[in-house]
Design a protein around this ligand. Sequence first.
Ligand SMILES: [Cu+2]
Length: 211
Amino acid sequence: MRTRKRYLLLAGVLGAAFVVVPAIAESSPTVSGTESLMWVPPEVTVASGGTVNFQDTSKSVPHGVVWEAGNPSTPTCSGVPVNKGETSWKGTCTFANAGTYRYFCFVHGKAMSGRVNVGSTAPPTIKKLSPKKGPAAGGTSVTITGTNFTGATAVRFGSTAATSFAVNSATSITAVSPAEPPGLVEVTVTTSNGISGASPKDRFTFKKPRK
Ligand SMILES: [Cu+2]
């Protein structure tokens, strides 16, 4: 057991040191106004300053965008009909500020609504785990406090994925620990902006079963 534990600790440290942060995919999502009077997909997420492609693929049904009052800022658009309706168009809009942008169709009204979520480009960080230990059998509900958790795609205990996790807010995630051999691991949160870096605050201990 002793050797195994050392190995795990080593693996955890090495894993954290050699984590390769994937290049952020800068491809922009595309939203299509359809013949069935929907924006597809109705919700997309981009980084601050990111762009979204908009198009009318219906051929015959005109659509156009109306930005709702209360958005973080007015997006800068090119080739997208704003406050008017047109058929067969294709363009892009750039979203300078973080936050949620809501819009609806100039022709079809709020029944045809969409959202663009604009997030930070900073990778997530972990500031606190609570609790910091649990049984090797897993099943511990761990509250992870930190930053930039919005859109988290993975939570890992060492190299093992959490059994499940829920993003409560940009600063809070609740994750259920998987089964792991006893020992210390680094917990990581992954978003499209990267993986949280190793720190003493993200360490979780899987306890040996009592005999
Ligand atoms: Cu429309």
